[in-house]
Design a protein around this ligand. Structure first.
Ligand code: FES
Ligand code: FES
Length: 164
């Protein structure tokens, strides 16, 4: 791999695939994903940690990719919305967002879904108040909040009955 002046080599796993890129140390994970790896699912809303549109997982935990340095992801496992479905099947949260009409323009949706799946996976008390609190970091300018929470409750309830 050819490195430009001031660039460093970073090797990480993205959606289960090993990737090696040469980047300047100041490059965010969000820019590395979108501009160097062609993964544009994570969105750049505010680029300053205020909207949640860039939410991805690093080692299974939700992070804001705009505030995460790509060099800090050396040897880490990064998961983006593109890696959420398996075998061509939508993740249950993706299906629930469709069924509950939980988006309008869709710009915030990848971040909403990555946060929502992390919320349930991390074992938080999944009552309505905690859903509201956890998801408060993901803004939606279309104000689809009631539908987003309904989608999360749908997956929560399916999980608790073993239906999903
Ligand atoms: Fe990262 Fe808004 S783009 S929080
Ligand atoms: Fe448009 Fe959320 S669906 S910003």
């Amino acid at each position: 791999m050819v490195r430009g002046p001031g660039e460093v080599r970073v090797t990480l796993s993205v959606n289960g695939q090993p990737r090696t890129i040469a980047i300047e140390p100041r490059v965010s994970l969000l820019d590395a994903l979108r501009e160097r790896m062609g993964l544009t699912g994570a969105k750049k809303g505010c680029n300053q940690g205020a909207c949640g549109a860039c939410t991805v997982w690093v080692d299974g935990r939700a992070v804001l990719a705009c505030l995460t340095l790509a060099v800090g992801c050396e040897a880490r496992e990064v998961t983006t919305i593109e890696g959420l479905s398996t075998g061509g099947e939508l993740h249950p949260m993706q299906s629930a967002f469709i069924e509950r009409d939980a988006f309008q323009c869709g710009y915030c949706t990848p971040g909403q879904i990555m946060s929502a799946v992390a919320f349930l996976a991390e074992g938080h008390e999944p009552d309505d108040a905690h859903i509201r609190e956890w998801m408060s970091g993901n803004l939606c300018r279309c104000a689809a909040y009631p539908h987003i929470r309904a989608a999360i409750r749908q997956v929560r309830d399916a999980n608790s009955t073993g239906a999903s």
